[in-house]
Design a protein around this ligand. Structure first.
Ligand code: ATP
Length: 324
């Protein structure tokens, strides 16, 4: 028989993402509606090990839905990969009467959740990352805000780039995944989109493209470069030398992570948080909440981590075709 769930914890782990607060709010309030006690755990798995645990009620999450970042704080905790550390964390949960934990974060955080489940603590994951790089879900909390923040910044760079007839390399976040680059590339009409999944390091092709576009009357050339490729400043120097066209690099960096979450992020985070609260109160464990093919659903963490997804070739090709 499933164990009875009376008290749950909620934590955020990995990189912060706008909308995490809306998810925390939903987990707390829906769990209370479901008759559970709730504690907040600060600084992810690190805070759990340090017993940074505090009681939460409906008012603990007042006035946070519009705030970026995470009120619980987040941290990387490398020792959580060790079996004895995981067992210690499970013991701490038992000591505090915590029957289950909702973990809001990325793939790495799910592995931590999976480890806790193995040690007898029920866990549910919620996809919180601006990178959209979680295979089991078509949506991750923070992506919508991040792409809109980046898009608006790129529009501004584009204005000055056109006025000065420059080439601009704009580096967006995405270490292993090019979703932010693809979406901004499409939305900002970039002439080149360099993503870690497909980039072949053929700079001559980019140079030829810039020269060709110039011949056909283009006043600017926007290159969106994903963080996973990087080296935007040195790339700008090489391209300027090869084309004779003034080329500038702009690295958007952490400004893409912060800021008030978009309506879409708040909405999806609220549903995902409530969904996690519902399934954890039903005794489910080792599951991750997802949005797939238009529906909110959940998957076994093992199964979710084994899934793969790739940038759709058609979307990438269209983004480039439309900017020529
Ligand atoms: P982001 O996508 O923002 O990087 P993430 O959740 O993937 O988010 P990670 O740094 O990979 O970020 O993982 C967050 C935390 O999850 C780690 O600091 C660690 O505490 C825990 N974790 C990661 N991998 C494992 C693992 N294999 N076993 C146990 N815990 C893990």
């Amino acid at each position: 028989m499933d164990k009875e769930i009376r008290k749950i914890g909620v934590l955020t782990s990995g990189g912060d993402a706008p909308g995490m607060n809306a998810a925390i709010r939903a987990v707390v309030r829906k769990s209370i509606v479901n008759g559970l006690e709730v504690v907040g755990i600060e600084r992810g798995f690190l805070g759990l090990l340090n017993e940074e645990i505090f009681e939460m009620n409906k008012r603990s999450v007042s006035d946070i839905i519009q705030q970026g970042g995470t009120i619980l704080g987040t941290a990387r905790c490398h020792e959580f990969r060790e079996e004895e550390v995981q067992e210690q964390a499970a013991q701490i949960c038992r000591k505090h009467g915590i029957d289950g934990i909702v973990v809001i974060g990325g793939d790495g955080s799910y592995r931590g959740a999976q480890a806790l489940a193995r040690h007898g603590i029920n866990t549910i994951g919620i996809p919180g990352t601006i990178d959209l790089d979680i295979a089991c879900t078509d949506y991750t909390i923070g992506f919508d805000t991040a792409i809109n923040t980046a898009m608006q910044a790129i529009d501004k760079v584009r204005d000055t780039s056109s006025s000065h007839e420059r080439c601009s390399i704009i580096e967006v976040m995405g270490r292993g995944a090019g979703y932010i680059a693809l979406w901004c590339g499409m939305a900002n009409g970039a002439e080149d989109i360099l993503i870690p999944e497909t980039y072949d390091y053929d700079e001559q092709r980019i140079v030829d493209n810039i020269i060709n576009n110039r011949k056909h009357g283009k006043k600017h050339h926007i290159i969106i470069n994903a963080e996973g490729i990087g080296h935007s400043t040195s790339m700008a120097r090489r391209i300027e030398a090869a084309t004779g066209i003034e080329t500038r690099a702009t690295i958007l960096g952490y400004m893409q992570r912060g800021g008030s979450p978009s309506c879409k992020d708040r909405f999806y985070a609220s549903i995902m948080g409530a969904y996690a609260a519902d399934i954890i109160s039903q005794g489910k464990s080792n599951r991750v909440v997802a949005y797939k093919n238009g529906e909110f659903c959940d998957f076994d963490i093992e199964e979710a981590l084994a899934m793969t997804k790739k940038i759709p070739d058609y979307q990438y090709e269209v983004a480039l075709e439309l900017s020529r």
